[in-house]
Every structure is written in C-alpha cells, then in structure tokens.
Ligand binder design. Structure first.
Ligand SMILES: [Zn+2]
Length: 90
C-alpha cells in the first residue's frame, strides 16, 4: 500500500447483490480516474449481468493494481452461493 491507495475502501463481505454492484461502480471509478488499472477480470465490469439480468458467471473476479506502488486488490463474487468481498492481494 502507498499513500495513493491507502484510502481504498475494502469490503469484508457483500450483504446483497446491490452491495456488489455498488463496489463494482466504485472500482470502475478508481480505474476511470486513472489511479488503478485492471490487471485481470473474468468479464468487463459493466457486463457482470447479461442481457437477461443473470450473472455472467458463477465466480466473477476483477483484480486491479495501483499505478503507483503496484499493490493488487481483488473483487471476487461467488454469485452461485451469494457471497463476495473486495480485499487486498490477489
Ligand atoms: Zn498504491
């Protein structure tokens, strides 16, 4: 962590799908502002739900990396079991 990503808002667990989608919006904002880059993802952030409103996958992962210090942060959601988190590391 550096002073750049020190203030990142991590989430121990998502209580609802809405929490997950809010977190993705947050991550998208971080990337859009150029503070972080997407390192890997199972699908684009705005495509976690397909046209039918279903989740694109059972496990959806987005890993972002701080541009300054290279720290990785993982947002993972197990849509099948309905749990997920946004944590440090990959
Ligand atoms: Zn950093």
């Amino acid at each position: 962590m550096c002073d750049y990503c020190n203030n990142i808002c991590l989430i121990d667990h998502f209580d609802t799908p809405r929490d997950y989608l809010k977190c993705l919006e947050y991550i998208k904002g971080l990337v859009d502002h150029g503070l972080f880059i997407i390192d890997s993802q199972t699908c684009p952030i705005d495509k976690v739900e397909n046209d039918n409103g279903c989740w694109s996958d059972d496990i959806i992962t987005h890993i972002i990396v701080c541009r300054k210090c290279g720290s990785a942060y993982t947002c993972i959601c197990d849509t099948y079991h309905g749990k997920g988190e946004f944590r440090e590391g990959r």
